[in-house]
Write a protein that binds this ligand. Structure first.
Ligand code: ACM
Length: 636
């Protein structure tokens, strides 16, 4: 139990982003004096602010440290109250307040402080509405994503499904992989498959059928046998998942769902890029969590795991050439180089993936037909890297000469420091041994206005290369990065701002349109391959309703699951650009994700909603059917 408790409330004020009131309660038996109070919050105090009853001593992005008035002593049972007016944005939800807090005492010790939701003063906060209706399934089959075409008649529920005699060993192996996937996702349920024939079960006959499209499959049901046809292993895998899903629903909700006895399913994905991103920089997820998320992606027939491994708040991948990246760059705490952020309290928190971990995750994903796309976010979002390897900084650059939108000063790798390229070359050399996929994601987002313009090395580079301003410097940098990736046989993936200042060679470049969907169409027009990840619908950290009581972030608005489900990311994409549009992706940014319960509350059911939007043609989407099925689907 904490001896101290910090409460915060927010009052809206006309013409400003409002006022925060903090109250620190001393629940201990000793008077409290000679201390400072630190907390982390996404509702940041602006440089220009007025603090009544205390003063801001230090701030680094979301980390804030306040001092009480000179000589203040808080008696046992007493409280210290201070207010701050002058914020960088108005909070919109009760989760926009304190994420962690601690005291630093006169002797240097750090002591935990409890905290609660951000209270709203003087306005009705509303009530968070239910996020999922009971749903309705007109066709009694639990398939999610819903298939392209189906004509089925419901029948007896088989005890189990098993491979017909004879079945080739590779097909038996494929079946056992989906069996194991099911057991991991639903350890308390009956298995859908058995390797040997069982009385009362039904046989699956595997057929290789070269006329079927890549990734597609067909299921033909009869009373005594099921024929699963595909041209490739991926199609067969999706067919097996469909069978496991049908059986799962028919057992879990016998009133609504049945197993087919006659008819066919002919299915194939709408898009070939069906992604889910996970930010492991802001919060660290142990290998077991990542493996489970990949299992969930597989169950929903997603096929890309975009692993956001480095950001301002931490670098999470072991690089043998630069151990400091994880020794320094993956640790945050009151006495560490990286200060506490986004939920870190009095104790240091750290975590990274060894190269062995990365290999294991890539192999696990590959066994489920999922490709891992690793991301190192450069040149912006690089605070952890720059703190770990100070040689990357132009020592003559004015400190705090620009700030990122998240509030980090001078947080971009410098395009005029030659060591930048030597460093990244070695990082890429190690990454290509770990990640065999086609793509490497290099970020490219949110380089702050004015970045590098106070760096003498950049000024000289701009003169030499005839570059004018930050965007052209960024393009110069990214062109070199693109060449380095090409040399290593990798295609470049980046966020939409990669196109700024002239961009990079379109050939073999895929950009993710996150700022708004129209950006994706513009990028396709410019010749880039595009994946749509619009924050307004597919950023799963955004709140699911407008109400103050609803948890979540708000900078991209709020996205009810029904909106995420119905959203058509293509927008008005002209037919000639269709082949540039590779697919869609959900993004799990984790600034606010302090618990598993919070993760599940925000990510589900919106992740399966994106999965269905990625697989199923728009005309076959049905929100009520989705709602009926998704309640039986696994969460983290
Ligand atoms: C992003 O949300 N900055 C890609």
């Amino acid at each position: 139990m904490a001896d101290y408790l910090l409460e915060a409330s927010w009052s809206p004020i006309e013409g400003s982003f409002g006022r925060l009131t903090f109250t620190l309660f001393n629940l201990s038996t000793e008077p409290l004096s000679g201390f400072s109070l630190a907390y982390t919050s996404e509702t940041r105090v602006a440089d220009k602010h007025v603090c009544d009853g205390g003063s801001l001593k230090r701030q680094v992005a979301h980390f804030h440290e306040f001092l009480p008035p000179e000589g203040l002593s808080v008696p046992p049972g007493g409280r210290w109250r201070f207010t701050v007016e002058g914020l960088t944005r108005a909070p919109k939800h009760m989760t926009s307040g304190v994420k962690s807090a601690y005291l630093t005492l006169g002797d240097g010790r750090h002591v935990s402080v409890g905290f609660g939701d951000l209270m709203l003063e003087g306005r009705d906060g509303g009530v968070a509405p239910p996020i999922l209706p009971p749903g309705r399934a007109e066709e009694p089959y639990s398939l999610l994503p819903w298939p392209l075409a189906l004509g089925l008649k419901a029948g007896e529920l088989p005890v189990v499904l098993y491979p017909a005699e004879p079945t080739r060993p590779d097909a038996v192996k494929a079946l056992s992989l989906v069996l194991e996937l099911y057991q991991r996702l639903y350890p308390a349920d009956n298995v859908p498959f058995s390797l040997s024939a069982v009385e009362g079960g039904r046989a699956i006959r595997f057929v290789i059928e070269s006329s079927i499209a890549a990734f597609a499959y067909e299921l033909r049901f009869t009373a005594h046998e099921i024929m699963l046809s595909s041209a490739d292993a991926a199609g067969r895998h999706y067919g097996l998942i469909s069978l496991a899903q049908l059986l799962h629903g028919a057992r879990a909700d016998r009133e609504r769902f049945k197993f087919p006895s006659f008819g066919t399913i002919a299915d194939q994905p709408r898009y070939d890029w069906r992604g889910c991103h996970l930010d492991v920089s802001r919060q660290f997820y142990p290998v077991a969590d990542v493996v489970r998320l990949i299992d969930i992606l597989a169950w929903n027939k997603l096929n890309i795991f975009h692993w956001h491994l480095a950001d301002d708040e931490a670098w999470r991948l072991e690089i043998k050439a630069y151990p400091a990246l994880t020794e320094i760059g993956a640790r945050r705490g009151p006495d560490e180089v990286l200060v506490p952020q986004l939920g870190d309290g009095a104790q240091t928190r750290s975590g990274h993936y060894t190269q062995q971990d990365a290999r294991r995750i890539v192999a696990h994903a590959a066994s489920l037909h999922i490709e891992v796309v690793p991301e190192i976010d450069i040149p912006g979002h690089s605070m952890a890297t720059l703190f770990s390897l100070p040689e990357l900084v132009d020592g003559q650059e004015a400190p705090d000469s620009y700030r990122s939108v998240q509030g980090y000063p001078n947080n971009a790798l410098n395009p005029a420091v030659e060591f930048t390229y030597e460093f990244l070359g070695k990082v890429f050399d190690e990454m290509v041994t770990l990640f065999p996929g086609e793509y490497l994601h290099i970020g490219g987002d949110e380089v702050a206005h004015g970045s590098w313009l106070s760096s003498p090395l950049c000024k000289a580079l701009m003169e030499r290369e005839k570059l004018t301003g930050t965007a052209e410097l960024q393009s110069y940098f990214l062109k070199r990065i693109k060449a380095m990736l090409s040399e290593r046989g990798k295609k470049l993936v980046g966020w939409n701002e990669v196109s700024h200042g002239g961009g990079v060679d379109r050939d073999g470049t895929l950009l993710m349109a996150w700022e708004k969907p129209e950006v994706g169409i513009e990028l396709a027009q410019q010749g880039y391959d595009v994946v749509m990840t619009p924050g307004q619908a597919y950023y799963l950290d955004m709140a699911q309703a407008e109400a103050w009581a609803e948890p979540g972030a708000s900078w991209a608005g709020h996205a009810p699951p029904e909106h995420t489900y119905a959203y058509e990311a293509e927008g008005e994409l002209p037919e000639v650009l269709r082949e540039k549009m590779r697919g869609i992706q959900a993004c799990i940014w984790t600034e606010n994700f302090l618990s598993r319960a919070y993760f599940n509350r925000l990510v589900f059911p919106r992740l399966p909603a994106v999965a269905e939007a990625a697989w199923t043609p728009s005309a076959r989407k049905d929100w009520d059917r989705f709602a009926a099925i998704v309640r039986m689907w696994p969460v983290l």
